[in-house]
Each structure stands twice: as C-alpha cells, then as structure tokens.
Design a binder for this molecule. Structure first.
Ligand SMILES: [Mg+2]
Length: 237
C-alpha cells in the first residue's frame, strides 16, 4: 500500500538550471564576505571545522579556517555534496531569498500533484543533497508560492548519500514505514536503483534535459506519475 511519496528536487521538482545558474553562482559570489561577517556563528564554525577535517583526511594538509573559503569555492565548482558546504550555502541562500534577489522555480505540474496527493492522505517528503534548511527555503519562496504546507519531511545527505540504499532504509525507519510503502521520484537512475535495492517503489522523472534510463518506470512530469500510481501495488485508484 502506497503511503508516502519521497521527492528529489534538482531535475525533478525544479529545473537544474535554477540550481546551477542562480543558486550556485550566488553562493560563490557571497561566500568569502559571508564567512568573514559570520566567523563567530556557531553553525559557520562547526561547518568550517568539518571542512578542515575533510581536507586533512583526504590530503593530509592542515588548513586554517581562514583558508577554507578557496576550498569551498572549489567544491562549489565541482558540485561537491559535502554537508558543510551545503550548510553554508543554505545560510547564504537565505539572504538571497529574503532580499528577493531570486525566487525558486518549480515546474508547473508539481503543485497540482502535491495538492492531489496530500488531499488523498498521502504524505510527501523531500530527499535532496541541498541542506534541509536550503530545501525549506526553496519550497517557501517558489514561483508557485509557499509549498511547505504540502511537505511533511525533509532529508539531506546527513541521512546518507543519495546513491546508497542504506540511506533509503534509514529514511523509511525515520518515517516509521516499510520501504515498500514509499515511492521515490528522481531524475537520476543511480538514486532510483539505490532506493529500489532498499525496497522502495520508484519512478524516473524524465524532464526535457533528462536521459531516460533503461529498466525504470518513466514519467515526463508529476501528472504522468499520477497515471502510474494506479499501476503500483496497492496504488490509489
Ligand atoms: Mg535530481
């Protein structure tokens, strides 16, 4: 019986271009200045310590917190999903949303589907590499308004990497559900394979920029997911 729909963001609810052409450059432009201004903030300190630890572990180099800015800028350009980078980006993006420098973009089929599913008693959650804070900001400030009332949970890479099935088992445990009760929607085949290995149901969202993966159920958008739901085991008629 389907109880829960777990949703990826980038390439699924939101164009990849919004993240790569708007959010990433904004965080890169404001990083150095933000770190200077917030050097004493607990969250910033904790994140920068974690950057230093990772650099030490991976390269043996000891860097000071003052040297973390160039490291973080390099990670932004590599699209590295390091939790410390994601935490700092979330803090910087908050400023951009509040100042209305940008509004996040959600595909037009997303909100009607969220309404339909939550109206039917299904719960909906997000699993994305952006920090939980960044996810909440993104869904608060969309071109379709504040979508947070439709969302029950947010998971990020502090739960685990998106391409490892253990992460999906952890999410199900946290939700108190069997993995078979959960449908995961993503554009990335490796994430769907990991979720399937954990026992979740999956559908690949194939937006115009996405390559359809073999051996996956496909939907062009959330409207098509609705049609597929009727074919899933215990799906809603
Ligand atoms: Mg994605």
């Amino acid at each position: 019986m389907l109880r829960y729909i777990l949703v990826d963001i980038e390439g699924t609810t939101t164009p990849i271009t919004f993240v790569h052409d708007v959010l990433f450059p904004y965080s890169a432009r404001h990083l150095t200045e933000y770190l200077k201004a917030h050097a004493d903030d607990h969250l910033v300190k904790e994140a920068l310590d974690s950057v230093c630890q990772t650099v030490k572990l991976e390269t043996g180099r000891e860097i000071s917190t003052a040297q973390t800015a160039p490291q973080l800028l390099a990670w932004i350009s590599q699209d590295r999903k390091h939790p410390a980078l994601k935490a700092i980006q979330g803090l910087i993006w908050e400023h951009g949303y509040r100042e209305k420098v940008y509004t996040s973009e959600v595909y037009p089929d997303v909100l009607p589907a969220l309404r339909e599913w939550s109206g039917r008693g299904l719960k909906i959650g997000i699993y994305s590499s952006g920090s939980v804070k960044a996810q909440q900001l993104l869904f608060e400030h969309t071109n379709m308004g504040d979508l947070r009332p439709h969302l029950s949970n947010y998971f990020d890479t502090t739960t685990g990497p998106k391409r490892e099935s253990a992460s999906y088992i952890r999410i199900a445990e946290e939700l108190g559900l069997a993995t078979a009760n959960i449908l995961f929607l993503s554009d990335i085949a490796a994430e769907l394979v990991a979720a399937q290995a954990a026992g979740m149901q999956t559908v690949q969202i194939v937006r115009p920029s996405t390559v359809a993966a073999a051996e996956q159920k496909h939907a062009a958008d959330f409207t098509e997911v609705e049609a597929l739901l009727k074919q899933l085991p215990g799906g809603c008629a």
